[in-house]
Design a protein around this ligand. Sequence first.
Ligand SMILES: C[S@@+](CC[C@H](N)C(=O)[O-])C[C@H]1O[C@@H](n2cnc3c(N)ncnc32)[C@H](O)[C@@H]1O
Length: 447
Amino acid sequence: MNMINANPSVEAHYEALEAQWNSVNGSLQFERLVVPTGNSDSPFHRWFHLKEAFSRDLLPTMLKQLSFEGMPELKVLDCFAGGGTTLVSALELSSQVRVSATGIERNPFLHHVSSSKVMALQAGPALAQQLRRAYAKIERLYTSDTPFVADTPALSTFSNEAYFPPVLLTSLLRIKAAIEHCDVSTPTRDLLLTAAASCVESSSRLRRDGRALRYASERQPREPWVEFSIRVQQMIEDTESSLSTTGFASVILGDGRRPLQHIDESDKKDLVVFSPPYPNNIDYTEIYKTEAWYLGFYEDADQFRSQRFRTLRSHPSVRFSDEYDYESSGDAEAVHELLKPILDAVPEDRYATGRRQLIKGYADDMLTLFRHCRKIISSEGRLVYVVGNSAHGSGNGLFVIAADLIMARLAELANWHVEEISVARSLRRRVTNSHFLRESVVTLSPS
Ligand SMILES: C[S@@+](CC[C@H](N)C(=O)[O-])C[C@H]1O[C@@H](n2cnc3c(N)ncnc32)[C@H](O)[C@@H]1O
């Protein structure tokens, strides 16, 4: 297959941008850390596998690299907490340093997952006994003759028998109803609901392939009760063997683009670390929809749609308003200069409007984010972001959105200094040979 050359004007624009900063090959250090290496085998992290997560080892590695290791106290913020990797890793460090970690997450299901993990780590080993007792009660209810199940969520995916074989769906819904009927404390119930929700994908013929939820006809769905029991057992093991943490962590259900809406400006952070949704059309609301509907976070199509509107503008699943804060700010010209070559490269096809909106909306959100973060960073603090670039269009119209560089320039506009762009791995696939198709770890300091 012939490699397609990405739009040359855009590539030249990126070359010129990159030349201003210290860009290094970071593959040795970061290649395995920008993906969820180790997460599915590690206590607490393994409770829900988020394909888009970074590794549990990223935070400790960054602390070493930034020489933050010997600090007596560490305040960390992750604006896009996802499955809670940063927060769990931070709490795990609490024997070495007094940690206070805050996460912000917009997706109600992922917020539930990350909150469950940090709550359990802070509760310590005593929680294991509560989980054991609660599991026994639920098992009694589940295996009893009482005829109850939770209502089927009003998402058509659940009524498709090819996706969810009816017997297995009934079992999933009965597990949920048993948890809800059981007389257990709210934190324990939340953990059990996380365990139940983490069985939804494996009990179906749906598979998350990184981009979407797809029908996999060959897939053999697993029995929900067996899966649920395995997961609760893991939770019991992990909480039982956990060391009591002295650290503190919490996850806010809110807008990570605007941390100042949730955090006081005087509450300065030493390290802001995050991996935002990449501008590659992936819509987290879609990918984690079955779990969110199963847990009852959306009751109808309107609520589901509203959730999409609350997310970062990294996808065209909904038509966001065509308004951008930067256009009326003092940085309008600089942002215009940054985006113009990329906007000009968008092919005039039926996706043109959506693609231009994505580029402008993403940049607008990132500028807001960097401005907010700048106000809450301590004078010696750092901001580290992990982001992937993506190819858009096809044939002669192919161009790359280099989020690592676009974000670096926007960060400068928000008074950050770009310390290093470390290229973690190349994402070069069959399509194009652009060397900007890559995933990077970028470090900023307040300037
Ligand atoms: C790449 S994932 C982060 C994964 C995380 N680093 C981990 O290891 O689990 C990006 C996350 O951003 C969340 N998100 C999207 N829009 C958001 C917003 N406006 N505020 C906060 N989080 C948002 C998505 O739901 C998703 O969980």
